[in-house]
Design a protein around this ligand. Structure first.
Ligand SMILES: Nc1ncnc2c1ncn2[C@@H]1O[C@H](COP(=O)(O)OP(=O)(O)O)[C@@H](O)[C@H]1O
Ligand SMILES: [Mg+2]
Length: 334
């Protein structure tokens, strides 16, 4: 039997989603091969350990958990960092695990950090000739100069985002320049770097699941999501249940279907992903405009999340997927 340390919760605004992802992962770990060990992390970044990990983070119940040191992760055969967003999906915990020499699921340090940063990955993709919306990102010190330039040069509507966020937290769609400043202030509440992007008139949001290692990739999808609101915001994602998934996406021209899958695999390679990633696209079927919106290196992993659902279209079960990801963790660097 191998021990799998599942780390979840954490300092990210996506704390709650991480708990649900971890519950699905733990429920689907193959107990004939692996023994899960729960490592809940509270919102201050304190690590705990114990079977009561889910109740602890959800309702504050302190039975069956005890404070843990990060050293305890070292005793695990493999770690599944089921963390989304900053302090989890961004290379930080990956770096810690690298130092300790513990195998872990998913992308490595630089890939996680790069894909977390909506400005830096756009620079990389632009340099590689992959279509991007117009964008500009800036730290607080450059805010006023950047805003002036954006007002003069970028077309409405605009999307304003914290550079390193997730789950649409802190993101606004701006339809009048008079609202830009407020949107930027909101985004600065979540990060010290903000990105402003050209808003794309989209008819479809398409997402591709990629699993594996360079040269041995499994690609699933695209799936389509149909947002209930003006854009795919936090409430849509997790609260009001108004978003629909179509898995796989129907009625897409075969050419686009193939193009998106290929682009997803290329993007996975360019940013040095390993293990898993979900690659998201914005598409307008009337104009044919297609842009790669982002890569999520630890995509939502709940029972109803796009990534596992897409992978299941390839004939895998949820637990088969978890096992495959754990197996990949042992292959890193080989
Ligand atoms: N440039 C854009 N043009 C049009 N819609 C966008 C743009 N950027 C983001 N969106 C919308 O906002 C949602 C959240 O943005 P995204 O960049 O995916 O952030 P997150 O990392 O929080 O998921 C997208 O799913 C899409 O609906
Ligand atoms: Mg997104």
């Amino acid at each position: 039997m191998k021990t799998v340390g599942v780390v979840f919760g954490g300092k990210s605004p996506e704390h709650k989603i991480s708990i649900i992802s971890a519950e699905s992962i733990v429920a689907n770990i193959d107990r004939d091969v692996y023994t899960p060990v729960l490592f809940p992390m509270d919102r201050e970044g304190h690590l705990f350990r114990g079977d009561g990990g889910f109740e602890f983070l959800k309702i504050g119940k302190k039975e069956s958990i005890s404070p843990a040191s990060f050293d305890e992760l070292k005793k695990m055969d493999v770690v599944f960092p089921a963390l989304h967003g900053p302090f989890g999906e961004d290379g930080t915990i990956q770096g810690l695990l690298e130092i300790m020499g513990v195998p872990y699921v998913g992308c490595g340090v630089e890939s996680s950090a790069l894909n977390m940063h909506k400005g830096l990955f756009r620079d990389v993709f632009a340099a590689k000739g992959i279509s991007q919306p117009q964008y500009r990102y800036f730290p607080m010190v450059d805010r006023d100069a950047s805003l002036n330039e954006i007002r003069d040069t970028m077309p409405l509507p605009l999307f304003v985002k914290p550079c390193r966020g997730g789950s649409s937290i802190g993101i606004s769609r701006v339809e009048a320049m008079g609202k830009l400043q407020d949107a930027v202030e909101t985004a600065f509440q979540f990060d010290d770097c903000v990105i402003v992007e050209e808003g794309i008139d989209i008819t479809e949001e398409l997402e591709v699941a990629v699993m594996g290692r360079p040269g041995q990739l499994k690609v699933a999808g695209p799936g389509q999501l149909i947002a209930g609101d003006a854009f795919y915001n936090y409430d849509d994602k997790y609260v009001n249940n108004r978003t629909h998934f179509q898995i796989p996406a129907e009625d897409l021209p075969l050419e686009i279907f193939t193009k998106i899958r290929n682009l997803a695999a290329v993007a996975f390679g360019i940013t040095n992903c390993f293990g898993l990633a979900r690659v998201d696209f914005l598409y307008n079927r009337n104009t044919g405009y297609l842009v790669l919106n982002e890569i999520n290196t630890m995509p939502g992993f709940t029972d109803i999340s796009m990534y596992p659902k897409l992978m299941m279209t390839t004939g895998m079960s949820f637990s088969g997927l978890v096992s495959a990801l754990l197996e990949l963790a042992f292959q890193r660097g080989r």
